[in-house]
Design a protein around this ligand. Sequence first.
Ligand SMILES: Cc1ncc(COP(=O)(O)O)c(C=O)c1O
Length: 448
Amino acid sequence: MSARVFRRSASPNPPVAVEAHGSTIVDADGREYLDAAGGAIVVNVGHGRREIADAMAEQAARLSYAHGSAFTTDALERYAVEVGRHLPVDDPAVYPVSGGSEAIETALKLARATQLARGEPERLIVFARWGSYHGNTLGALDLSGRKPLRRPYEGWLGRFRHVSAAYPYRGGDPGSQALGTTQELVDELEQALAAAEPGTVCAFVGEPIVGATLAAVEPPQGYWPAVAEVCRHHGVLLIADEVMTGFGRTGAWFGLDHYGVRPDLLVAAKGATSGYWPFGFVAASGEVFDAVTGAGGFVHGFTYSHQPVAATVAREVLRILEAESLVEASASKGERLKALLADGLGEHAAVGDIRGRGLMVGVELVRDRETREPFPRAAKLTEAVVRIARERGLLLYSGTGNANGVDGDTILLGPPFVVTDAELVRIADGLREALDLALAGLEAGAGA
Ligand SMILES: Cc1ncc(COP(=O)(O)O)c(C=O)c1O
């Protein structure tokens, strides 16, 4: 038996990707795919940037690795200063790692270290929300309120607590574990905090705008300032998971910029290096940094944390975002994409909601627009839409379980910010065609 790749793809013979440029990926047969999801909402600056490859190669040739416990590097020191100008965090200190899940784990431990440094060892409880995703390592998965991913590992989970999703479209629906108004959500959080012993809650974690699990769901008005105030009042650290929303994805540098909220800890990854290198970081407020370093330092670290090639790539991505005003482009192109979708799908019988900010746009599919009844999971509607679209050269990102943890179908769009207008039109048209074909397939199946 020869060795083989343990592939992530469910398909036995996925196409072989050989090159990419702009918003297009090309396979070994020369077929082109319009990358309307930027992979998993990653490729903010677009594919095939020679300047990033050059910066990466130059750094790798000069200094590819020096252990973070012994050295710092120019690349890292400069990146921290440059990215700090955009972070909605007071006096930030940046702890770089290799991806979103690692960054979430780091933020959790940093929150715990902060509470210990403050002389509050009883603060162990962490709250997250249903209808959320924070990563696939065990700690990050335990935070995640995404049932389809939790299910096989449930026996190992349960360390963290969850409150309702802030999900206006489904707020109060039976089985949704979602609430729709700020008042309800804040009351629930206050009650959850009151139910814990005083002084035992460490942190609250949330995505400013929920990505993969709910497909670009914004909270109701006033939610984030109110939650930040509750956290501050109770001595609970606020951790913003900006892995997907960061670096312009929602049309602002960071998701919390839309709400004027500054967290104690901010977690970023994905768009920070736009997929060119595995990278993520935690930005800690100056207060957190001072507390932890003042109490003897942060007991943590990875072989690949503080990696200079990663920092170089992140610097170059940041430079491109600034130089080409790509965050502004995300804002305006996102509005255009939503308008195109509203034209093509706004009245579609199977489309319940079109939403999002910037180039993070979600479409929720429903069996009944009036009642918001989802398609049953067995119909695998979103999977069919994504498969049909891919066969026709359009890459989409699917989500399931948003309605009640099992049922529910969403499509998340997140093309590179360099996407052209003609490509936006193709995305909207292609999604509608794939949806109609998938629905026709369902009907044919039901009639057979
Ligand atoms: C909001 C959010 N947090 C964390 C993660 C985990 O990041 P990674 O896949 O890089 O580990 C993701 C990935 O999709 C994400 O969307």
